[in-house]
Design a protein around this ligand. Structure first.
Ligand code: PLP
Length: 580
């Protein structure tokens, strides 16, 4: 790492993707025996050898606590930490490194501004303008500060393509607007927002602007002074750097006027019990021992990105985005969500015909080594606006190549072709049949299930077995898909109707359903374990240990495990008072 700009390689068009890929050890690994196709860089980019080595070298050779030590090692660690800050300042074109504060990431940076600037400056009647496109991390901190101060959150709407409605923005800007907080790029749709225009208009109305640059900095040049941004935030792990490190850029005069965010060591000038004076910038906002190795890794990541050229990276991703948009548009029944005029390398979609839950799309792509993101992308208000609960999203990085887009499109076509229509259970009329016990007890059923799973040596085979079980699960009548039967905490739609078996005093039985095939398979497993069993036996069964035994703990995402646990909790809640 150096204080001076690293030599920029001549911009090559197109980039030499193969030599770039060779620098990422993870891209040489296999996923379920297939080459890894990593299309989730909007969630987190992978790290090149240079970043991994910079962090490892720091730990191997240079680690000590910073600022306080009089010995050489501490001074070297301090120098490396501050060189990283200088790299950030250069990368953002900030006026000085002291305006670049290290945080845990974009989320903490926004929370810092909301808590420090917000609590000191907002009063009842003031307004904070956000947009429909925001990530929860640029919504919830403002809701918290609005609640604490009496200020109000207002929202800039979008059009159907996912572009901000700038006329509405202008109407929403009033003398009451104190701050506008919008993202530079939408993580869910890829919309690139006209932030220079947004900032100019906000300033003309007397408001400050925070730009959430989490999804921009790795894809195009950032110049906070040219933008005239008051605050600009980003995370290291979306910029080929480590997790747990991020940046808050703020104009010096604003940061100086803001109260500290956290108190502790390193952020003070003098402490007495009568009162404390604070250190100058940036230390005032960096209480406690910081993430030194994270900063070193971020500095190395910035050097690495600059050695390729962030504009060249952006151009490469734009070419892949065009290919992906063109290729996915040709898949009948697939609807792309987000068709803004300017987009970064993000493509979101839903499968409408045949309808395939995004969770199933993600799970099935995973079996082919293709990593995408499914869900609400921490943008639930945006999902509500789009009229969907989730999308499938592929997002690009510098290491992606054209063949990977083809692989994705072919895999989606194959998923579509293999999708089977569900056998619908007629609603009303007939009496509903709740599944009877398949074994003497949940434990006995578990033994039978485990025997089958143990014959299936790998996750792809176990996954297929679960899907096959789900295929045989009768659909739940619509009349039972009520709010009361809805299970929260799942990534997909899940309903469960559990009851005491008519005529019995302690036998629990249930029907359940989901829009995702993988969840339907899990429901079928739960039915084998629990439906028709005695409450006492249900309460005595350790579901968590069983799921671990058949490998579900390792292969299900946290949200799916939570969903499974929510269903088990419901059954246990019904069983508990009957268990005697
Ligand atoms: N803002 C946007 C637009 C994001 O996409 C994300 C993460 O996905 C964040 C903020 C939060 O970033 P982090 O979790 O690194 O704090």
């Amino acid at each position: 790492m150096t204080l001076n700009p690293p030599p920029r390689l001549p911009v090559q068009a197109p980039l030499d993707v193969e030599s770039i890929r060779a620098q990422f050890p993870i891209l040489k690994t296999l996923a379920h025996g297939r080459p890894l196709t990593y299309l989730d860089s909007a969630a987190s980019t992978q790290q090149p050898e240079r970043v991994i080595e910079a962090v490892a070298d720091y730990h191997r050779l240079h680690h000590a606590n910073i600022h306080r030590g009089v010995y050489g090692l501490s001074q070297t660690a301090t120098r490396l930490h501050e060189e990283a800050r200088a790299a950030v300042a250069r990368f953002l074109s900030a006026a000085e490194p002291a305006e670049c504060l290290f945080t845990r990431g974009a989320t903490e940076s926004i929370n810092l501004v909301a808590a420090s600037w917000g609590r000191a400056n907002l009063k009842p009647g003031d307004e904070i303008l956000l947009s429909t496109l925001e990530h929860h991390s640029n919504i919830v901190p403002w809701q918290l500060v609005a609640e604490a101060t009496g200020a109000r959150v207002r929202v800039i709407p979008i059009d159907d393509a996912g572009d901000l409605d700038l006329d509405a923005y202008r109407r929403l800007l009033t003398p009451r607007t104190r701050l506008v907080a919008v993202n530079h790029v939408s993580n869910a749709l890829g919309t690139i927002n006209p932030v220079a225009e947004i900032i100019a208009e906000a300033h003309a109305a007397g408001a400050l602007v925070l730009i959430d640059g989490a999804q921009w900095v790795a894809h195009g040049r950032t110049d906070v002074q040219a933008l005239d941004a008051d605050f600009y935030v980003f995370s290291g792990h979306k910029l080929y750097g480590p997790t747990g490190i991020g940046v808050l850029y703020g104009k010096r005069h604003l940061l100086e006027a803001m109260p500290p965010y956290q108190g502790g060591g390193d952020m003070i000038e003098r402490v007495t019990f009568a009162g404390t004076s604070y250190a100058p910038l940036p230390n005032k906002f960096e209480a406690g021992t910081p993430n030194i190795s994270g900063a070193v890794g971020l500095g190395a990541a910035i050097d690495w990105v600059e050695s390729i050229g962030v504009e060249a990276i952006g151009l490469h991703e734009q070419a892949l985005l065009r290919q992906a948009t063109e290729r996915l548009s040709r898949i009948p029944g697939l609807a792309i969500k987000g068709t803004a005029r300017r987009k970064s390398g993000v493509i979101s979609w839903v499968m409408l015909d045949p309808p395939i839950a995004t969770l199933d799309i993600g799970t099935q792509l995973d079996l082919q080594g293709i990593c995408i993101r499914t869900g609400h992308h921490c943008c639930q208000p945006l999902m509500d606006r789009l009229g969907v609960s989730s999308t499938a999203r592929a997002s690009l990085g510098v290491y992606n190549r054209s063949e990977e887009i083809d692989r994705l499109a072919e895999a989606l076509e194959a998923i579509q072709a293999s999708s089977r229509p569900r056998v619908q259970t007629a609603d009303g009329g007939r009496e509903l049949v709740y599944p009877a016990a398949v074994a003497e007890s949940p434990q006995a059923a578990a033994e039978e299930i485990a025997e089958i799973f143990e014959l299936l040596p790998d996750w792809p085979m176990r996954h297929q077995h679960i899907i096959d079980l789900g295929d045989k699960l009768p659909t739940m009548p619509e009349s039972l898909k009520t709010e009361a039967n809805h299970v929260s905490g799942c990534q997909s739609q899940v309903h469960i109707a559990a009851r005491l078996k008519p005529g019995s005093r302690d036998i629990v039985e249930f029907l359940a359903d989901s829009d995702a095939n993988i969840v339907r398979g899990l429901i079928a497993l739960l039915q084998q374990l629990y439906s028709g069993q005695r409450a006492r036996d249900i309460m005595g069964f350790d579901a968590e240990a069983f799921f671990a035994r058949i490998g579900l703990d390792r292969h299900l995402s946290l949200t799916r495990r939570n969903g499974l646990e929510s269903m088990v909790r419901r059954l246990r809640r019904l069983a508990s008072p009957l268990a005697g």
